[in-house]
Design a binder for this molecule. Structure first.
Ligand code: ATP
Length: 804
């Protein structure tokens, strides 16, 4: 058992502002300390009459420049090592919203180097599994999200639930030994790092999809990614089971400060409540002699029960945002960490006997006991005596009879068949010794007619039976062979399909290289979108209108640059991987060629020795030595290049998943934006329709202020421009401003003022010669509206920028 207090670390998020509110003091032996210097007149809207200096001690403080690699090496690797040794581990990040919890635990969505603790730990664990041939490892993964005190399974096999509520709800059950069980939380097998990463991305994508602007669950939910490891030495019935929880808690900020209302307030209360219960558990644990620890008060503390004061090696990372306005939250986070540091855990080696192996072992024992018992109580064994057995028995009987020692016994062992056979032999001999029989000298060569027939030559009935059986077996075998053939055919068909599918996937990967192809795919233009779980989801094909609108939307989306950067990087990595692959193949071919030469050389030398050509056998052959040296060199280069190729493969896989995730987010944002644009167009139309009916009279009438949500969901750059312009501005510019020329669409702002319904009429759809269906017409209208608005917004944005 290992007794250890919870380890606490602090990580300071990088900030562009030069903060003077904190300092870090490093001490090799005593850990680091973090000091906040809060002047009494801190000018951020509140008067500080309290203490000026706050000092907190941590195992280590990672300042702003700390890299993800460093965080993994110092914090996660020791925990992963103890999990490999069979102990439970937990790492949880605690801090206010935006302080870097998700960045630390999962990682940034942009760069490969931004990978957080989860992907790095997975990489580390699987590397260990592959290298350790002395044990058999199995791994399972679960991913739980707790939102408003309800648990959701993020690895729902149905994939990509449109709303959080559609994911399976997870509930807590406690057994008689007070062990917690999570009902409905799936445990997914994961045999490789790639599979585990796919599961992580599936869960994260489910989080993104289930999140809406009104329900930014990622900020207000707790997420627990758990890796379950089971190891066993081959042949041993002892299992080691351990689990590693990697926990991204909800933002810890106080409700009063953030000024929330309505649903947000309700959520904040839940979060505060569950974090409050977490705090209560921690206080109770840090007090001596407290018998009751209130774990059951919230789902999160119930799930993390073992991690807090139980059988677990636990580590906390306090994430801190050190801008002046966040100082009080950072101090609260550090205070919380100091209390957590008092908690003592007692980690135990989780060893148990494998029930399946135990059952097998016991079954064997039972069988051997049954056999012994059968012999003891005189039951006959089923196995027939072989000719060899019979021959040996004859020899034994002969030796027994020939031995003059009256004490001699026949050693037949506990085998009734042998005993019976010996009695038969003796009977034959006795009969032969009777006056009518032959001499005793032949006693051990009994005539075949007297020896029990079934043992040596079966009678014809028996023979017939055996032949029938043989025929039956032949039939069965031919049925089985034909079944096997069918199965093989099916497998071949399946493999062909799989190859086609993966070709499709590869094509979609390589399509990263062609931006136009990717655009079509991203927008669902092929009627398909790829899922991060390696499956392909059938989606509706986009109309031409939506497709073009998607292009506009994508151009302005905040993630566009990242997507393009990642695509470029991916393309580069593909090229590198291709070059490395060629190098690996080259090295392999050269090694084979050198091996051939070496073999030839050896054969030559051997042949010379045979035909008597003088060869200095003892002397090392310089040619052979040179070939061996070259083979070694090539092997080194092969190993080296292959290692780099493997690393590159992981990076490519990761980048591909980042792109997949960005794609899903882009599509979700686009759908929302499109719906808003449609709603806005409908609204303007109904206003425009009213205006049209009273044409000339009230086209300049003021309209009701547009709800701000109407521009919510626009890409960041578009949003900034649009926020300065209500729909009314838009309409007035449309009716009186200069001509606004869109892409292939002209809106002339000359008198008479343009009515909104004219937009649809003036739409020059790329497929205008093709009659449009009702839906297509609507899509084309919305596109025209977007084009006009977009063109206007970028123009006015430009004007604003210029005047600025
Ligand atoms: N150490 C860091 N280096 C670079 N960027 C960071 C770092 N920490 C956080 N960020 C960035 O800051 C932003 C907020 O971080 P993050 O989402 O991780 O915060 P959080 O604490 O998880 O917030 P929430 O409670 O809302 O989930 C992200 O854009 C992230 O990329």
């Amino acid at each position: 058992m290992v007794k250890q207090t919870i380890q606490i670390f602090a990580r300071v998020k990088p900030t562009k502002k030069s903060p003077s509110v904190y300092s870090v003091d490093e001490d090799e032996r005593a850990g680091s300390s973090l000091e906040f210097l809060v002047p009494r007149d801190l000018a951020d809207g509140f008067v500080n009459n309290k203490k000026e200096n706050y000092r907190f001690r941590f195992q280590k403080v990672f300042d702003q420049t700390a890299k993800q690699e460093e965080i993994f090496e110092h914090i996660a690797k020791p925990v992963a090592d103890s999990v490999l040794a069979g102990y439970n581990g937990t790492i949880f990040a605690y801090g206010q919203t935006g302080s870097g919890k998700t960045f630390t635990i999962t990682g940034g969505a942009e760069r490969y180097s931004d990978r957080g603790i989860i992907p790095r730990t997975l990489s580390y664990l699987y590397q260990h599994f592959n290298q350790d041939s002395g044990k058999i490892y199995t791994t399972q993964i679960s991913y739980l999200e707790i939102y408003n005190e309800v648990g959701y399974d993020l690895l729902d096999p149905r994939h990509e639930a449109p709303r959080l509520e559609d994911l399976p709800k997870v509930s807590i059950m406690e057994d008689n030994d007070q062990n917690i069980h999570l009902r409905n939380l799936s445990l997914q097998q994961s045999a490789s790092e790639e599979e585990a990463l796919n599961l992580l991305f599936l869960g994260d994508t489910n989080r993104i999809i289930a999140e809406t602007p009104m329900n930014q669950a990622s900020t207000r939910s707790h997420c627990i990614f758990t890796i379950h490891v089971c190891s066993r030495e081959p042949g041993s019935a002892t299992l080691r089971r351990s689990k590693l929880h990697l926990v991204d808690l909800a933002g810890s900020e106080r409700v009063a400060k953030s000024g929330m209302e309505g649903q947000l307030l309700t959520e904040a209360k839940y979060i505060n409540l569950s974090l409050h219960y977490l705090e209560q558990v921690i206080i109770a644990l840090s007090e001596k002699n407290r018998s009751h620890i209130p774990y059951r008060n919230s789902m999160m503390t119930s799930v993390l029960r073992d991690s807090l004061g139980g059988n677990c090696m636990t580590t906390m990372i306090a994430t801190l945002s050190v801008e002046k306005r966040n100082v009080d939250e950072s101090i609260a986070t550090c205070r919380f960490a100091q209390r957590v540091a008092l908690i003592k855990n007692e980690a135990q080696l989780n060893e148990e006997l494998d029930p399946a192996l135990m059952i097998n072992r016991l079954k064997k024992e039972v069988q051997s006991l049954r056999d012994e018992l059968a012999i003891l109580i005189g039951e006959q064994r089923e196995d027939q005596l072989t000719e060899d057995d019979i021959h040996k028995l004859e020899e034994q009987v002969k030796a027994f009879l020939d031995d003059p020692d009256p004490e001699v016994t026949l050693q037949l062992g506990p085998n009734m068949r042998k005993i019976h056979h010996c009695f038969s032999l003796l009977k034959v001999m006795v009969q032969d010794m009777l006056p009518s029989g032959g001499g005793a000298g032949d006693c051990c060569s009994p005539s075949p007619s007297v020896v029990p027939d079934h043992d040596i030559s079966p009678p014809s009935a028996e023979l017939k039976k055996l032949k029938d059986m043989l025929r039956q077996r032949d039939n069965e075998i031919s049925i089985l062979v034909s079944m096997l053939k069918k199965e093989k055919k099916k497998v071949q068909e399946y493999m062909t399909q799989l190859a086609q599918l993966s070709n499709g996937h590869l094509q979609s990967k390589s399509s990263v290289q062609s931006s136009s192809a990717v655009l079509t795919e991203e927008s669902g233009g092929k009627g398909e979108s790829s899922s991060p779980y390696g499956l392909r989801r059938q989606g509706p094909a986009l109309s031409m209108g939506r497709q073009e609108a998607f292009d506009i939307f994508r151009r302005d989306h905040e993630d566009n640059v990242t997507i393009d950067d990642n695509k470029a990087l991916l393309k580069q990595r593909f090229a590198e991987a291709k070059a490395l692959g060629e190098q690996v193949n080259g090295a392999r071919n050269r090694i084979n060629e050198l091996k051939k030469q070496l073999e030839q050389r050896r054969m030559q030398r051997a042949a010379h020795a045979v035909i008597g050509v003088p060869v200095a056998q003892e002397e090392p052959d310089p040619v052979e030595e040179r070939l061996c040296g070259q083979i070694e060199e090539e092997k080194k280069s092969y190993k080296n290049t292959f290692g780099r190729l493997k690393g590159l493969r992981t990076e490519i896989e990761h980048l591909q998943l980042l792109l997949d995730r960005a794609k899903v987010k882009l599509q979700r944002d686009f759908s929302e934006w499109w719906d808003q644009e449609e709603a806005q167009l409908q609204e303007l139309r109904s206003e425009g329709g009213a205006t049209g009916r009273s044409a000339g009279r009230s086209s300049q009438q003021p309209t009701a202020p547009r709800p701000t949500s109407a521009v919510r969901g626009l890409p960041a750059r578009t949003k900034a421009a649009s926020s300065a312009h209500s729909a009314q501005d838009f309409r007035s510019v449309m009716s009186s401003g200069p001509a606004v020329v869109g892409d292939g669409l002209e809106f002339r702002g000359s008198a008479p003022p343009l009515e909104l319904r004219d937009l649809s009429l003036s739409t020059t759809s790329p497929s205008s010669s093709i009659p449009l269906t009702g839906d297509q017409q609507t899509d084309a209208d919305i596109l025209a509206f977007i084009r006009a608005r977009h063109s206007l917004l970028s123009r006015t944005g430009q004007i604003q920028n210029e005047s600025f």
